[in-house]
Design a binder for this molecule. Structure first.
Ligand code: HEM
Length: 255
């Protein structure tokens, strides 16, 4: 069971590495040379808007911190790093949680304040994720301060999953599009499949984590085997989605 969890994590780490790479290569490079309008060379909902200084600044902060929060989350889950460098784990944890909170608040502002969404249902779905990030990050922080490390571990992992909700969504959309040819999807993310995938992007990983944690505590080998099989399935779907995201979504902006 532990091995199946590790394999999933390795596949996800490759996909998250590609996401970070795309962010730095596309948004990072253009921001560094002051080519803000160039953000929109990649398909976006709004991105850079002439004259909207506040909105453009918020967008830049959001998109650049996305690389930090994704990398920070990955580093927190590496057990060897936790054991060998506990000081780094604590500092990286603080940076991760603070960045996650800024990302969630900024994302909520971009969605509702700047009115950046493709459809109302997609705005609601990502906003629920934003609220969960705020709640889970607060609980992960509180349990760490109280030195309740068992509870902290659980809330930290839940925070990791909801922070990566937007990453899961991109991977899930690609996996579904490849597997079904885009059944139930449309351009405004409001098709039946889009709606289900947008909520499942964070609710399903949370449910799988809950099953994984319970199976870890269970003494029944059959439960452990079933959970390992579920993780292998999750790994296959994640691998398909990562392949699709790199090939069709991020690849052109990674060079
Ligand atoms: C905390 C994890 C998050 C990460 C890593 C993240 C990442 C990103 C990235 C990379 C972009 C640039 C668009 C792209 O190239 O795909 C973006 C844009 C955006 N994000 Fe997030 N995001 C996060 C959370 C949120 C949340 C919680 C919300 C809403 C409540 C949100 C709302 C938005 C909006 C509205 C845009 C602008 C889209 C546009 O103008 O085209 N994000 N985000």
């Amino acid at each position: 069971m532990r091995r199946s969890g590790l394999i999933w994590f390795l596949v996800a780490a490759i996909g998250q590495g590609a996401f970070i790479w795309m962010i730095l290569a596309h948004f990072g490079r253009r921001t560094l040379v002051g080519d803000f309008a160039g953000w929109n060379d990649k398909p976006l909902i709004k991105g850079y808007v002439t004259g909207d200084d506040a909105g453009n600044l918020m967008f830049a902060v959001h998109v650049l911190l996305a690389a930090i929060v994704t990398l920070g989350g990955l580093m927190q889950l590496i057990p060897a790093l936790r054991r060998r460098a506990p000081g780094l784990h604590r500092w990286n944890g603080r940076v991760f949680l603070i960045t996650a909170i800024i990302m969630a608040l900024g994302g909520l502002w971009l969605t509702w304040g700047r009115e950046t969404y493709l459809s109302l249902i997609s705005a609601v779905a990502v906003s629920v994720d934003g609220v969960l990030i705020l709640v889970f990050a607060a609980l992960a922080w509180r349990t760490a301060v109280r030195r309740d490390f068992e509870a902290h571990r659980r809330w930290a992992m839940r925070t990791f999953l909801v922070v990566n909700g937007v990453w899961f969504l991109r991977v899930a959309l690609m996996a579904w599009a490849i597997a079904t040819g885009g059944l139930g999807m449309n351009q405004s993310l409001s098709g039946p499949a889009d709606v289900v995938l947008q909520f499942c992007a964070y609710l399903l990983p949370l449910a799988v984590l809950e099953a994984y944690l319970r199976a870890g505590r269970s003494g029944d080998p059959a439960v452990k085997r079933l959970t390992a099989a579920g993780m292998i399935l999750a790994t296959a779907v994640t691998a398909l989605g990562v392949f699709g995201a790199v090939a069709f979504m991020w690849g052109p902006y990674m060079i």
